[in-house]
Write a protein that binds this ligand. Structure first.
Ligand code: NAP
Length: 344
């Protein structure tokens, strides 16, 4: 009986998907730096929960629900999974089934920089690696082009000119519409922007970690991007789930921390959880969940084009989208929050 129900559910999922006609009614779109591109204030990242190891129907439901609510920006990379590459394959499969008619309404990204395949050409920033990687990513996703292609990290051993020339080549050969960089320092970013400008492929966007708990980008990077008209997208805005109510009462069995890989349980000390509890109290007074307040906190800065959330369920996705109902903070709230952040 249970098997029959699962098959029925799968059959329902293969029904023709028609996107919600109200999908552009509530989402907020921000201009990406001084470019022509608008990105949704909330974007969806596929680092976790979209690999072969994850539930395909759940991934598909999340993508449908995201698009139905105006999320047009889907963030991938060559190594997302597990196993590496499988998030792009799963995404490509769902894209083909559900989103073929909507390709021109979507911003799809990929990146190359981290360890992807064996040998000397499977990571970092050489032209050899970047060009091979975009070709592989396009094949996995069944796409002719991605919208944004990123150098995923700065390579100290490869001349920056070579990495940027590879991005320029990828854009000019039509494999990507825009070039971006990720995890570059303010100094590396300044140089990368200058090189890309000379090549005639301006740097569209920078993607870096940014949350209430990881505020390094406030020390120069956001200013460099603003001065140069380059957009900024924040990754891990919820500190992988720590800045939510998920861990206030222990470590749930289905949570990222329970897998002890990217988010280690030992990181969740009693002191940290006590401070997260204080933030949670402020969020509740604002009529928000902590996840919503943590996202709103980043979006109150006009230099932040978009915040890329990860979700393991449609419920979490919906919760995060509702952030946009209140992204304004009073002076008093800001003071209280800063006092807690200083202790984090
Ligand atoms: N460029 C880079 O180097 C880089 C690096 C990292 C990430 N990224 C990008 O950024 C994206 C987001 O990163 P991330 O997944 O670490 O982001 P995150 O939004 O900080 O954390 C996502 C996790 O938080 C929990 N969560 C999300 N919404 C919640 C809610 N409303 N209530 C309670 N818990 C909630 C879920 O944990 P559970 O799974 O436990 O439910 C979810 O998996 C990635 O998918 C990727 O696209 C880029």
């Amino acid at each position: 009986m249970k098997k029959q129900l699962i098959i029925l559910k799968q059959l329902k999922m293969t029904d023709n998907y028609i996107a919600d006609s109200a999908r552009y009614k509530t989402m907020k779109y921000n201009r990406c730096g001084k470019s022509g591109l608008l990105l949704p204030a909330i974007s969806l990242g596929l680092w976790h929960n979209f690999g072969f190891a994850d539930n395909y129907n759940n991934s598909r439901e999340i993508l449908r629900a995201a698009f139905d609510q105006g999320i047009t920006h889907f963030d991938l990379a060559n190594n997302y999974g597990p196993p590496a590459g499988s998030a792009e394959e799963v995404f490509g499969s769902i894209l083909k089934k559900d989103f073929t008619a909507y390709r021109d309404e979507m911003i799809i990204t990929s990146k190359a920089g981290y360890d992807m395949w064996d040998g000397p050409y499977g990571e970092w920033g050489s032209r050899k690696y970047l060009v091979a990687s975009i070709n592989q990513s396009l094949k996995r996703m069944g796409l002719e082009y991605v919208d944004i292609f990123y150098s995923h990290r700065f390579d100290p051993e490869t001349p920056l000119e070579e990495t940027m020339m590879a991005l320029d080549h990828i854009v000019k050969s039509g494999k990507a519409l825009y070039a971006g960089i990720s995890n570059y320092s303010p100094e590396q970013t300044t140089k990368a922007i200058q090189i890309l400008n000379k090549l005639g492929t301006p740097c569209l966007i920078h993607q870096s970690r940014y949350s209430m708990m990881a505020r390094e980008v406030e020390n120069g990077l956001l200013d460099v991007l603003d001065d140069n008209g380059v957009g900024f997208v924040a990754f891990s805005p919820l500190a992988q789930g720590v800045l939510t109510d998920r861990y206030l009462k222990g470590i749930p069995a289905d949570s990222r921390a329970s897998k002890a890989h990217f988010l280690k349980p030992e990181f969740l000390t009693p002191e940290l959880i006590a401070n997260i509890g204080k933030l949670n109290d402020i969020a509740l007074l604002r009529g928000q969940t902590l996840a919503q307040m943590a996202t709103a906190w980043l979006l109150r800065d006009k230099r932040v084009t978009s915040v890329i959330v990860g979700v393991s369920s449609v419920k979490q996705l919906n919760d995060n989208i509702d952030t946009l109902k209140n992204i304004v903070f009073s002076k008093e709230e800001e003071e209280k929050i800063f006092a807690i952040l200083n202790d984090l």
